[in-house]
Design a protein around this ligand. Structure first.
Ligand SMILES: [Zn+2]
Length: 142
């Protein structure tokens, strides 16, 4: 069964999301077997791991950021506008594929000039229609 990250919706490896850095905190094993265990009342240290905030040049494209982290659950961090521009101008080199993390496909595009122009064309349409997905199968954000 696949565990999905509650923050960004990407599939998680073990307890850690490699996409946004989210770590699933498991409750500590509090098995008390009847014996007298000195309970130390320590102030619970809330370890807040700050999410890696990557400041992307969103302003250049006139897109207001979704939130402070730029991560919306179920939506890719990758920008649709950036992917579209990369696809239009550098699509034959697979730039938009590299951008969304599809390195393998990027190399294929690079070697075949965007699947002989066909994949290039299809991807422009996919991006425009909002059906282009990143490496995790998440739709690109607006
Ligand atoms: Zn995540």
């Amino acid at each position: 069964m696949e565990i999905k990250c509650p923050i960004c919706g990407a599939p998680m490896e073990a307890d850690t999301c490699s996409y946004c850095g989210y770590t699933e905190k498991k409750a500590p094993d509090m098995t008390v077997n009847g014996s007298t265990i000195p309970v130390q009342m320590q102030p619970q240290q809330m370890q807040q791991t700050p999410l890696p905030v990557q400041m992307q040049p969103q302003a250049a494209f006139g897109i207001p950021p979704f939130n402070q982290t730029g991560i919306t659950p179920g939506v890719s961090r990758k920008s649709k506008s950036v992917a579209l521009l990369l696809c239009i101008f550098l699509g034959g080199l697979g730039a938009h594929k590299f951008y969304v993390g599809k390195i393998g496909m990027g190399i294929v595009y690079l070697c075949t000039l965007g699947l002989f122009g066909l994949g290039w064309l299809i991807d422009i349409i996919l991006i425009l229609s909002g059906n282009f997905q990143d490496e995790f199968g998440l739709p690109l954000r607006q």
